[in-house]
Design a protein. Structure first.
Length: 126
């Protein structure tokens, strides 16, 4: 097993990904979903051969995986701090891992709720 105490760049990368990855994934889901809805339901009706719900599921699941990766990274980092594998004399890594777990939980839930709403509703209405 790799000791994270020897790799502060890895720890820093996981901290930032866990804190900023899930909100970024949610924003990307909202932007791409809205853009595709405007393209496929607008006057031009450009769909590129992909159904409305299919596109929403692909984007939603992909962004849930991105956000879930940040959440799992925060959990792994928190566990590594607890086992003493990461040097954390001031408690910053532990704080950031807790922040990442909270942020990950919130935004994974938001992504799944957004996905459920877009799939449950009709695609395009006149």
């Amino acid at each position: 097993m790799v000791s994270l105490g020897r790799s502060p760049r890895l720890v820093s990368g996981i901290q930032w990904y866990a804190s900023l990855g899930p909100p970024f994934a949610w924003v990307v889901q909202l932007f791409l979903g809205y853009a595709y809805a405007q393209a496929s339901c607008g006057a031009a009706q450009v769909s590129a051969g992909v159904g409305f719900h299919t596109w929403q599921v692909i984007v939603g699941v992909t962004m849930a995986l991105v956000a879930g990766g940040g959440w799992v990274g925060a959990i792994a980092l928190h566990a590594a701090v607890g086992r003493g594998e990461v040097d954390d004399p001031l408690g910053r890594v532990r704080f950031m891992s807790i922040l990442g777990m909270v942020v990950g939980t919130i935004f994974v839930t938001l992504i799944l709720y957004t996905l459920a709403g877009t799939v449950a509703l009709d695609g395009c209405r006149p």
